[in-house]
Design a binder for this molecule. Structure first.
Ligand code: 48F
Length: 261
């Protein structure tokens, strides 16, 4: 029979606590905090970690993928278009190409391989944590980190103060609501950020516009993915994901450039 090593409950608890706190002590001063483990956030994490930056994603749910898993009306196929296929091919995601420049992939494979790529490159993904505020500094005025709280605590309605994580760059990858940029715009009006809200669907133009408008919205604060539509008043595009991963790659490249200067 198989001999299984016997491990008692206290030992299990001690190891979990020791290594969890080791990670948190390290992450409390990060290079880049990404909020949201959707397609744009995970792609950004992959390229940032690959460039050697200490990168953490805080994801409020206990899963990866954001809007990928639900696909369109729960159908499990995702559409992407050229040139996002370069990323798909780099991550060895399998595809069908029914016509030139259009690629159909499985949602489960898409989210699993984006997460694996980010983690293998060295990014940490911490689940069950909600970011509910930013830290800011003056002279020069900038966003300098985030406030984090357990999602479960938030859901309980208890009044519990957050912990703070410092970062040289904070990326709002929270999707349609642009939650982090919205809170910064409301609570730090000196940053001068307006959040006009996204427009109705116009997929043909929206994909390019999202990528074009991806990037810094204030010193230390960046937008990627659908958060860009919310901030720049761009149309939504529905279940086509090329722009999401191209936007994640673009924001990573901009941050890498900014942090090296
Ligand atoms: O919504 P989401 O997938 O964002 P995205 O990367 O991609 C959008 C597409 O999925 C789709 C689309 C494509 O055309 O329209 O909607 O822009 O992922 C956002 C993730 O952020 C998490 C949320 O649970 C989701 O997994 N999130 C949102 N707010 C917070 C958060 C928060 N305050 N703290 C932590 N996580």
């Amino acid at each position: 029979s198989i001999r299984i090593k016997q491990v008692n409950e206290v030992k299990i608890s001690k190891y979990i606590l020791k290594y969890t706190f080791e990670d948190w002590n390290n992450l409390v001063e990060s290079d880049v905090v990404i909020v949201g483990a959707g397609p744009s956030g995970m792609t950004a994490a992959y390229y940032l970690a690959k460039a050697g930056l200490k990168t953490v994603i805080f994801e409020r749910r206990l899963s990866f993928g954001g809007g990928i898993g639900g696909g369109a009306m729960n159908f499990h196929k995702i559409v992407i278009e050229t040139p996002a296929d370069e990323i798909i091919k780099e991550l060895k995601i399998r595809y069908i190409e029914p016509e030139e420049g259009i690629f159909i992939i499985d949602s489960a494979e898409f989210m699993a391989k984006l997460a694996t790529a980010a983690i293998d490159a060295g990014a940490k993904i911490i689940h069950g944590v909600t970011v509910d505020d930013v830290i800011f500094r003056e002279n020069p005025l900038r966003v300098a980190g985030v406030a984090v709280e357990w999602t479960s605590t938030q859901m309980s309605g208890l009044h519990v103060d957050p912990l703070f994580i410092s970062a040289k760059a904070v990326v709002d990858a929270t999707g349609h609501d642009a939650e982090i940029i919205s809170v910064a715009s409301r609570k730090v009006p000196e940053l001068g950020i307006a959040v006009p809200g996204e427009k109705s669907a116009y997929s043909e133009i929206a994909e390019e516009l999202v990528v074009e408008n991806t990037g810094k919205v204030a010193p230390g604060l960046y937008a990627t993915g659908m958060a860009v539509c919310e901030v720049k008043s761009l149309p939504r595009m529905g279940p086509i994901f090329g722009a999401m991963i191209l936007s994640g790659k673009k924001v990573a490249e901009e941050i890498i450039k900014d942090l090296r200067n």
